[in-house]
Design a protein around this ligand. Structure first.
Ligand SMILES: Cc1cc2nc3c(=O)[nH]c(=O)nc-3n(C[C@H](O)[C@H](O)[C@H](O)COP(=O)(O)OP(=O)(O)OC[C@H]3O[C@@H](n4cnc5c(N)ncnc54)[C@H](O)[C@@H]3O)c2cc1C
Length: 441
């Protein structure tokens, strides 16, 4: 049985090497240079389209822990990053040209990887396919996937993500749990007085924003960023995401309320309801911390609105990122609903390793518990009716690595907690790798 990979981006490359390193022949299809997406411009593989940073290397950051987990799994991207690194303090930044050209050379000379410079428009039933065509996947393939692989409308073309904060950084004395018009305690309501609202409003409308790219402009009409609602008048937010109606605090209707909703079953992550935003990350931190309950908030994920093709993974993929309705098709990379270069690459390694194990031993391994990678895979594949709380009413939103995925119980000191989480995650990943190798042997 042949293994074909669609897309020589961050995920496709990792998947190709995870397979080839284990003796499996791979066809890696890449449509460039015949066709380029709106953001790709180089004919090299693993093109880094925007920032040249892969995030922090510090193990007190989620990004640092994920990269270390990937190193345990022999990440090809990280090997190339080490050879093309440029100075960027504690971040891992690369010379993007050098990075992609190193990877392209490695692919070209690998005896088990055949690079086919062609656009894939459909997938046959005889081979195994890994679809890693990225957030701007070619349109014809997308139509095919919708019709023949997912067998329904399980695709999104736009992200509208509200910021997510760690629950243990919220000041729960500055609000109350409750729902509008009912006794359910599904939301934490952050209360603002009139003065607090005025200050928040003033800073929100003058905060710095990220502009939409030309190709994104048509997509966002259905979903207004919170700052744009604010720009329509001082009162508009009080009838929109900050409306206090149906809520009582100490017997009175508060002046304004920002609702936080659980993002995962454990309740370690809380999202700000209706707060899709185009503010820069720095400004989100500054302005949202003017909400009293969020004064010391730590952000697991910042809000964003951008063009992004991704599938409704919780409904259409199993834990192996295999299509439920077409088992010879797997997905990897940003199209699965993970976000960012490294998270995309990590899913490529996971899928590649599992397909290698499947071909050799007829089995696959679930991802390790309590790790960044395991958390991501579980997050994107847990069907909405198994997530609990009001999360069930929300459509699937992409996710990146964060500490909400790693449980270590109560630890008061934040730094000590992060260190403990990193230790636990890396140990679990090492154990998983050993288990994998003994299964594969
Ligand atoms: C405008 C923009 C800015 C971004 N900025 C950042 C950032 O600053 N930091 C960050 O971490 N992430 C950023 N991202 C996200 C990042 O690009 C992705 O997380 C990452 O590239 C995803 O890896 P991937 O392998 O899934 O897809 P990609 O790296 O996009 O690779 C997909 C590959 O598939 C090929 N392809 C598509 N369709 C076909 C087909 N039918 N046949 C053959 N080949 C095909 C494409 O040419 C491409 O090479 C940004 C994304 C966009 C769109």
């Amino acid at each position: 049985m042949k293994v074909n990979i669609v897309g020589g981006g961050l995920a496709g490359v990792e998947a190709a090497f995870a397979l080839a390193r284990r003796g499996i022949y791979v066809n890696l299809f890449e449509m460039k240079p015949k066709k380029f997406s709106e953001v790709h411009s180089s004919s090299n593989l693993a093109e880094v389209v925007c920032s040249n940073s892969f995030g922090s290397t510090k193990l007190t950051t989620a990004s640092g822990v994920l990269k270390e987990e990937m190193r345990i799994l022999d990440s090809t991207l990280l090997k190339a990053a080490a050879l093309s690194r440029v100075e960027a303090g504690t971040a891992l930044a690369v010379d993007r040209k050098k990075f992609s050209s190193i990877i392209t050379k490695w692919v070209d000379k690998h005896p088990k990887i055949k690079l086919i410079r062609d656009r894939v428009a459909k997938l046959n039933d005889e081979d195994i396919w890994i679809v890693a065509c990225g957030p701007l996947c070619d349109g014809e393939l997308i139509e095919y996937i919708k019709r023949e692989v997912l067998k329904g409308d399980f695709l999104y073309f736009f992200d509208a993500i509200a910021p997510i904060v760690y629950a243990d950084s919220v000041d729960f004395t500055k609000g109350f749990w409750g729902s509008r018009y009912s006794d359910e305690k599904d939301y934490f309501n952050c209360v603002l007085t009139e003065d607090e609202y005025n200050r928040f409003y003033k800073e929100l409308i003058k905060a710095e924003k990220v502009e939409f790219k030309e190709f994104e402009k048509n997509y966002y009409e259905a979903c207004l960023p919170v700052e744009e609602i604010a720009e329509r008048g001082k009162e508009t937010l009080l009838y929109g995401p900050l409306k206090p109606v149906g809520l009582k605090f100490k017997g009175k209707t508060p002046f304004a309320v920002v609702q936080l909703r659980k993002e995962n079953r454990e309740g370690t992550l809380l999202s700000l309801v209706g707060f899709q935003t185009k503010l820069t990350y720095r400004e989100q931190k500054r302005v949202l911390r003017l909400i009293p309950a969020l004064r010391n908030a730590e952000f697991a994920k910042f809000g964003s609105l951008h063009r992004n093709t991704y599938i409704n993974s919780p409904e259409v993929l199993n834990i192996y990122l295999q299509a439920k309705k077409k088992p010879n098709v797997y997905f990897a990379g940003q199209i699965t609903g993970v976000e960012g270069y490294m998270a995309s690459g990590a899913t490529g390694i996971y899928v590649g390793m599992n397909i290698a194990l499947l071909l050799k031993k007829g089995k696959m391994l679930k991802p390790p518990e309590n790790t960044m990678l395991g958390g991501l895979i579980r997050y994107i594949t847990t069907p909405k009716d198994e997530r609990g709380g009001k999360v069930t009413k929300v459509s699937f939103q992409p996710m990146s690595e964060n500490f909400g995925f790693i449980e270590v119980g109560k630890v008061k000191n934040k730094k000590v907690k992060r260190e403990r989480q990193a230790e636990v995650a890396l140990e679990n990943m090492r154990v998983w790798r050993e288990k994998y190798e003994s299964e594969f042997a």
